[in-house]
Design a protein around this ligand. Structure first.
Ligand code: FAD
Length: 390
């Protein structure tokens, strides 16, 4: 049976859910299709914690950050769910960068403090510091599962239709405002004609678009952070990022470290962007013992507040462009949001709004996020090369 719809959002992860909410809340007819069931853990938006780290210097990110900072509060109030918990966030490891970031944050309207290693240790007893540390009080953790659920509930409350276990097989532009979409579910195949399609399928972007659009290469990696139990439940934990150089680490490192407290699960830490490159449909869901051992060694040296003997690992996908910047672009009746790597969640409501505005023609493409941009420095690939990650 053919269906006609104004806006079709493909992919019900965090970005698609936020886009559907923004379109519906501004009075547009929206259908969102998600291939897996509600609350699935096959993509990048599951689990209970993501860091909200305001430490960005690029104006396009600062603009998105300011907007999402406001929208997270609005969505929490509208859904009656606390989505962002403020624990503060510390960045440590590279002093000059942190001092520069301190200046940028001030200009961006985010308060921050430079703490000596001793003062940082006095505040966060479960952690070790060797350099001056940047503390950002506005930082904290976002509950990923609750965010996706709340955004979908709010979208539905504004009239959006959300369907799970609906896989989009293909899309084809017929004329400027007509896209023919084929879908499959246990109820059979379906044809949909949409006036405009928003593609937010994360790790599956290349698979679905199949070369139809000129996009930068997206490298999909399978990431495995772990949760370690705390020794002392009264310790105060901020979110944290630690830039380590191999020369200052007693064991092998696989990249920058990120971490946070996940209530009920312990202290979560992971190597940023160190996972194996995978086909999202053939994921091994297998931890790399060398990476885990290195996380245990890291925690033994820098996180005395956790028990490294026991851990729970999480499996999740990063979709990385070469420069680790997002793709927010429009191609006629198709808008694409992709390449959110391991730093997209904090921006979710603002990205949803931005993609909705691109789709409705009320926003221009920002060259910084354009698919046609020149990727001058492939930082993602360079960092992995330096660290010997294939
Ligand atoms: C381990 C880990 C830690 C992270 N930590 C942080 C952090 O601390 N701070 C931060 O800001 N960000 C963090 N991130 C990044 C953030 O989680 C992601 O950028 C964000 O979740 C990406 O959302 P998405 O909607 O693009 O992708 P996804 O959640 O993967 O959504 C894509 C959806 O599309 C669906 N789909 C795919 N193909 C089809 C199809 N053909 N038809 C229908 N549906 C389809 C998929 O099933 C999926 O649900 C982290 C990510 C990971 C993996």
């Amino acid at each position: 049976m053919n269906v006609e719809v104004d806006y079709l959002v493909i992919g019900g992860g965090a970005m698609g859910s936020a886009t559907a909410y923004s379109l519906a809340a501004t009075g547009h007819e929206v259908l969102l299709l998600e291939r897996f069931g509600a609350g699935h853990s096959e993509g990048a938006s599951h689990g209970t914690t993501r860091n909200f780290n305001p430490a960005y210097v690029e104006p396009p990110y600062i603009e998105l950050l300011r907007r999402s900072h406001k929208l997270w509060n609005e969505i929490s109030v509208a859904s009656g769910t606390k989505l962002l918990t403020r624990t503060g966030l510390v960045n440590h490891g590279i002093v000059n960068e942190q001092r520069e970031m301190h200046r940028f944050l001030k200009a961006a309207g985010f308060a921050s403090e430079l703490l000596s290693a001793r003062d940082a240790k006095a505040r966060f007893g479960g952690m070790e510091f060797e350099t001056e540390t940047l503390f950002i009080p506005a930082g904290g953790q976002i509950n990923a599962d609750l965010s996706v659920e709340s955004l979908q509930k709010l979208a539905t409350s504004f009239g959006a239709t959300i369907e799970h276990e609906q896989t989009v097989l293909s899309l084809e532009v017929i004329v400027s405002q007509r896209v023919h979409v084929r879908t499959r579910s246990t109820q059979g195949d379906r044809q949909i004609i949409a006036r405009h399609v928003i593609v937010t399928v994360g790790a599956w972007t290349h698979q679905l678009l199949n070369g139809q659009l000129e996009l930068p290469r997206i490298h999909v990696t399978e990431e495995h952070p772990v949760h370690f139990p705390q020794f002392n439940s009264t310790d105060t934990w901020p979110g944290f990022n630690h830039i380590l150089s191999p020369s200052r680490s007693s064991s092998k490192i696989f990249g920058p470290i990120y971490g946070m407290h996940t209530p009920g699960e312990g202290i979560k830490i992971g190597w940023h962007g160190a996972g194996k490159v995978v086909d999202p449909d053939q994921r091994p869901h297998a931890v790399d013992p060398e990476h885990i051992e290195a996380l245990q060694n890291y925690a033994s040296q820098w996180l005395p507040g956790v028990n490294t003997e026991r851990y729970q690992s999480v499996s999740c996908t990063y979709a990385n462009t070469g420069d680790e910047n997002f793709i927010l672009d429009r191609f006629g009746p198709i808008t694409v949001g992709a390449g959110f790597s391991g730093h997209g969640f904090k921006f979710v409501p603002a990205i949803g709004e931005h993609l909705a505005q691109l789709a409705t023609g009320t926003q221009k493409v920002n060259p910084f996020f354009a698919a046609s941009r020149n990727i001058a420095r492939p930082v993602f690939l360079e960092r992995r090369q330096e660290l010997g990650i294939s």
